[in-house]
Design a protein around this ligand. Sequence first.
Ligand code: PLP
Length: 402
Amino acid sequence: MTLSEAMQPNGSGLQQKITHILPITNRPELCFIRGEGNYLYDQAGKRYLDFIQGWAVNTLGHCPPAIQQALIEQSSTLINSGPAFYNAPMLDLASNLCQHSVFDQVFFANSGAEANEGAIKLARKWGQINKQGASKIITFKQGFHGRTLATMSATGKDSFTQLYEPKVPGFTKVSFNDLEATRAAIDKRTVAIMLELIQGEAGVIPATQNFVSGLRELCDQNKLLLIVDEVQTGIGRTGPLFCYEHYGIEPDIMTLGKGLGGGFPISALLTHRKYSCFEPGDQGGTFNGNPLACSVANAVFTEVSSQSFQSKSIENADYLKSRLALLCKKYSLPGIRGQGMLLALSTGENDAPALVQRGLEDGLLLNAPRQDTLRFMPALNIEKSDIDEAMTILNKLLAEVA
Ligand code: PLP
């Protein structure tokens, strides 16, 4: 069966081909063929307004000119020089990230989980050298750090608890936003505290200012590393380039993924030189820092790091928030959470996954991280007219269930 058969509107080829994919998630029986800006198009030519954008990944929307150009130029210059050599886009991206953050060294990887694995390893190595082998890391209930065995072990999702036992030991899970419980969990074997500043997969739950400032103090007092997982919140997703800027703190280690490549796989671990204890051979990976991925990330970063891009994105995110607030009021819903273009609407008694399904039918892609929560993670450059279109559809869906 050919790909074009799979794209027939009747979907018969599609159904056959689907059987060859391991069913690791429940996907709707459709196949996306094309993307442009805020829209995706399926095999039948149906158009969808995309408020998921690759799971908070497509920073500049689908197939943006900046990424197309970077791919064309870099793929005709150098695709892969190998991990044992420097290449120009890798060096430029590392410099860009360091110039715009509080960090001064970067390790590139290919997924958020891999960057987090790197952060866990760096903290453990640092503990070996500086804290008599301390290796325990405090993480938080409902937090999410990825799907490798170590990052699943660090993750606080209940549904992961029984999976793939035995897990990697050394992670102590504490209630999020509970400073006293965190303090109580620290012992002499503890080396780091790792958190998402806004728990994305848990339903967009922000850390409080008091909690984050308190964690910074706890880390300073107890000689612990503060690791922020900004895989979802980084690269302008919450307004400023990095979410830690909202809190006025300096983390010791930060991880990035998702939005960094704007749809192309690349992630990064950033740290300060004083914690940089990997020696040659300790850490690596075949595709790490490859020129193609780094040149795409540079193109994305050049756009997102401009003041005018950030101001416009914040303005439009505020607009989205205000439109959601109107719906909240109209349908007496519990509230809105989040920052920038990472927002959640509490749907109360209304079944959020059912709203997602109805949205799909009506050409609006939404996500429900919880039974009572819709999450909005559109492109950072979405315009008000697209936000209006989405809110019109959402209003209709909410009216149906009200
Ligand atoms: N960390 C956070 C906060 C995430 O939201 C995710 C993915 O959703 C990950 C890590 C894992 O990233 P990846 O799926 O690229 O491995």
